[in-house]
Design a protein around this ligand. Structure first.
Ligand SMILES: [Zn+2]
Length: 451
């Protein structure tokens, strides 16, 4: 099955060490055709002119009139070098902020100057997904497709729809008839995606979107697309940049489909391989308790990457049990409401690379942390706040010290999911609820309330 790879700087490689099949980057296959495992993008670094030190990338900012130098993804293009510049797609993604935040630090019992929030909500579609879409759409252009599709009710569909119309492609979003995040879906409709609502659940959508993509030659943009993860590596480069080209002690990231954690582990592995960093930070991945497959598999079942020889039986048994119990994940953090994470094995690899830990936090903890990020930071969607709630746990356990440098990845904008925010405040659901005050239609009474 394995097709010969070209002598290019990049190629695709199956992550299963017993298979290790390699494929040209000119193919859109998304799963190893030989064994069905996930694919990685690998680089022949000796064929790429990588800057001698990371701070050299900072010089690009002076040339930001060039859209590729302005892009927070393509500014680092030598580290994601799978296509020629003429195919690269950018809509100005990655102009994000690494905010040092002492008031949120206080909430999680950290010392001043130690906590940083990487705010990905500033991306054009309001979430980190734009980093991955810039890379994946560049690949889509390179392979010459003109239509794409994904199954999603969330940030993926919003980001895909925006990039699709920006580069003149048709896009199709598959949604199920179950829980639908309308705040996010509204973006996909507004950006012109064709939305197909299937009488079925998300698993049905996922199965059908793959079948439709194969039949009609559409480009699949769900997170098993390895090119998306290449773009998401740049979130780590920008954290390092924001810290003056130094590496933090910890990265904390929400855990849903596990694309980000997978990408971040790969980013650090490659940076060290290239001699661009001396040490790899530790990583904490935070699940919601209502969707905590990774926490169970790592902490209870002791699952390990094991040099790629992952114990598939543990995963199969776990998923069989979920099916037998008719389990459906449930959390207010819809972006991480996933019980069969697509990138599980790559995430296990990232945990191995980054000496990672996994924790799960309750919806109550997520909503309280979200209110704190809103009150003292730039706000975020519920899934993002899982990082702050998780950090609070790790501080209480003494796993993270008060004086370590910690960067939490806030994946999405607060307006992505306004219902959770409104309910938390209006229904006085938590300690930090800030509901509107009812006032009579009377000046003096209103003044009394404000004083
Ligand atoms: Zn394979």
């Amino acid at each position: 099955m394995s097709l010969p790879k070209t002598a290019d700087a990049a190629y695709q490689k199956c992550i299963n060490p017993d298979c290790a099949a390699e494929f040209d980057c000119g193919q859109a296959i998304f799963k190893c055709p030989a064994c069905g495992e996930l694919l990685d993008i690998r680089y022949n670094w000796d064929k790429i002119e990588v800057p001698a030190k990371l701070s050299d990338f900072g010089k690009r900012w002076a040339n930001r009139k060039n859209p590729l130098d302005f892009s927070g993804v393509w500014r680092f293009r030598e580290l994601i070098n799978f296509c020629e510049d003429k195919y690269k797609v950018t809509i100005g993604e990655g102009q994000t902020i690494l905010q040092q935040n002492d008031l949120v630090a206080k909430y999680v019992d950290m010392k001043q100057g130690c906590l940083y929030l990487q705010y990905e909500g500033l991306n054009p579609s309001g979430s980190f997904k734009d980093n991955g879409m810039a890379a994946a759409f560049s690949h889509a252009k390179m392979v010459g497709v003109n239509s794409c599709a994904c199954a999603s009710t969330g940030n993926t569909s919003a980001s895909m729809a925006l990039y699709a119309h920006s580069c003149g492609m048709k896009s199709i979003v598959f949604i199920g008839s179950g829980r639908i995040a309308f705040g996010k879906l509204s973006q996909a409709m507004d950006y012109g995606a064709k939305t197909i609502q299937i009488r079925g659940d998300f698993d049905d959508c996922m199965r059908l979107v793959q079948a439709v993509c194969t039949k009609l030659g559409l480009y699949l943009l769900n997170s098993l697309n390895p090119f998306r993860l290449e773009g998401q590596k740049t979130i780590m480069y920008r954290i390092i940049e924001g810290m003056g080209w130094t590496v933090p002690d910890w990265i904390i990231v929400p855990g849903g489909n596990l694309g980000n954690s997978s990408a971040f582990g790969k980013a650090f592995y490659e940076l060290r391989q290239l001699g661009l960093i001396e040490r790899i930070p530790r990583m904490a991945i935070i699940n919601a308790t209502g969707a905590d497959t990774l926490t169970d598999l790592v902490n209870k079942k002791k699952m390990l990457w094991n040099n790629g020889k992952v114990d598939q039986k543990i995963i199969d048994d776990y998923y069989a049990d979920l099916t037998a119990r008719n389990f459906s994940p449930h959390t207010c953090a819809s972006a991480i409401e996933i019980s069969r994470p697509v990138n599980l094995k790559k995430c296990l690899r990232a945990i191995d690379i980054c000496n990672g830990v996994v924790r799960a936090v309750t919806d109550e903890e997520i909503c309280d942390a979200k209110a704190i990020v809103g009150k003292y930071g730039l706000g975020c969607e519920p899934a993002s706040a899982a990082t702050i709630a998780g950090l609070k746990h790790l501080r209480a356990e003494g796993i993270i010290s008060a004086d370590e440098q910690v960067a939490c990845v806030l994946t999405g904008h607060p307006l992505k999911d306004p219902n959770v925010t409104v309910n938390y405040h209006k229904e006085k659901q938590g300690e930090f609820s800030n509901p509107p005050v009812e006032a009579p239609n009377d000046l003096d009474e209103i003044i009394k309330l404000i004083k």
